[in-house]
Design a binder for this molecule. Structure first.
Ligand code: CO
Length: 213
């Protein structure tokens, strides 16, 4: 193994020792069950480590990350995470967290190809095109990307709420709130975007579906 990779194993050992010193039964308890209250849907960006920025330990945050924190109705990976977190783990909060300066969002509005990922990022280009009026007055590239990062969070938060998974949970009276947050890689701070959504009455009637249960 290369020295670089050996270092990761040394780090791992030191980390496990530190946690065990603080709570000798920590890993034993966690090996029996997980009971997270939160589902985090965030960007794959290495600068946005989910657990770390909200100070949560293993077992406390269920996590799905992909490039530019996109929630698609046909993405079986994301939908399966959402379904398991909602129906089985019964998380109380779903957080869609984007970040300013997102490379995926930036790439989505460039006119050059980045390969396969162009297709994934096209969903962000759709948001950009739909909101083109809002971008007309902004000359600064960084500000344009940051506005699109915010609009993307709001769209993906809406997509979470429009799933039959979340709507069925609300219909059976399960407490579940969906949040849009944005993180700044420049100062390490989170901000909320818009209100939390915690019931069918907050989503447009055109998207409401009855589970038929
Ligand atoms: Co990103």
């Amino acid at each position: 193994m290369t020295n670089e990779l050996k270092q990761l194993f040394e780090n791992n050992r030191a980390w496990a020792n530190k946690i065990t010193r603080l709570d000798p039964s920590f890993f034993n308890k966690l090996s029996k069950q997980q009971n997270p209250e939160y589902l985090w849907i965030g960007c794959s960006d290495s600068r946005v480590p989910a657990n770390e920025i909200v100070g949560l330990l293993p077992g406390e945050l269920f996590v799905h990350r992909n490039v530019a924190n996109i929630v698609l109705h046909t993405d079986l990976n994301c939908q399966s995470v959402l379904q398991y977190a909602t129906d089985v783990l019964r998380v109380k909060h779903i957080i869609v967290c984007g970040h300013y300066g997102c490379g995926g969002v930036d790439a989505a509005i460039q006119d050059k190809s980045h390969g396969l990922i162009d297709n994934w990022l096209r969903h962000i280009r759709d948001i950009y095109h739909r909101s083109s009026d809002r971008f007309q007055q902004i000359a600064d590239d960084e500000q344009r990307v940051n506005l699109l990062c915010e609009l993307n969070v709001l769209q993906q938060r809406a997509n979470v709420c429009h799933t039959n998974i979340v709507q069925a949970a609300w219909e059976r009276g399960q407490p579940l709130s969906v949040h849009g947050w944005i993180y700044s890689v420049k100062d390490g701070l989170l901000q909320t975007l818009g209100e939390s959504i915690d019931g069918l009455q907050q989503i447009p009637s055109a998207y409401r579906i009855r589970s038929g249960e």
